[in-house]
Design a protein around this ligand. Sequence first.
Ligand code: GLV
Ligand code: MG
Length: 325
Amino acid sequence: MSFTVIEECTPRLNRSELAVPGSNPRFLEKAAGSDADVVFLDLEDSVAPDDKEQARKNVIEALNTFDYGSKTVSIRINGLDTHYMYRDIVDVLEQAPDKLDLIMVPKVGTAADVYAVDTLISQVEAATGAKKRIGIEMIIETALGMMNINEIAGASSRNESLHFGVADYAASTKARITTIGGPHPDYHVLTDPDAEGNRDVHWGDMWHYAISRMVVAARANGLRAIDGPFGDFSDPDGFRAHTLRARVLGCEGKWAIHPSQVDLANDLFSPSDDDVAQAKRILEAMETAQKEGQGAVALDGKLIDIASIKQAQVLVKKAEEIGGR
Ligand code: GLV
Ligand code: MG
């Protein structure tokens, strides 16, 4: 282990994160009854420029009216390049005191962006005597943000999570794709021809690098890594396949841009009973091994060692968090 100890952010369940347009009061109310772990009330890209002021008012009203229960509640503010952003923070924190848990910063490009947001939040918190300390979520969705991701992830003690915003990222990097998330047929390899000259096409995952990069930056700074939107909400199989890839790379949650994606995400990011039972067997086997002075043993014909303890503990801890919800 390095001498540098990674401090973990405030622990929260973040299997599903439901996006709710601030311009739609009915959706803001419905979200209060959702099973999502986190809801983010959106003031940014799901709201047209002419609706920005009204959406902010709707969100303040919703926060003061509806009971979001044990869910974590966030707002996605407008970008730092707009004149909406300061009021998004100041008005919501002042007029709906202690209702928010998190603020989501879109299109974050540099550590200074996070610093600026932290400054504003800190000033409002101090002036209003807020009881809740607001955490920060950041969407990595530009080439600049991806380039500066390490500094961004470590820029504030409020930081809790990095999110991969695939749609804006594709636009920013000028990727030749118009769908939101999922694979693209152009990103494939051809096998060598067989004896008859036939070749197979194997689709690859064009988002592999970006998501892996985000996971590393998040985990190295004690943050959650969350995969962003999958736009085709009428394709649950595509959502599932995309989510499994993000999960296996280390993401612990995914956005739901439609309520139908919430249960899928909750389910996919919850360890199964079999996984938990197996993790407990590993912990027991390693406890016995350690009592006998061994660092590694075989379980079901496979090697397990001290690293296996940590892997198993992650799973058991997650199951406990879900049980406690
Ligand atoms: C999310 O904001 C995205 O751009 O994908
Ligand atoms: Mg975006």
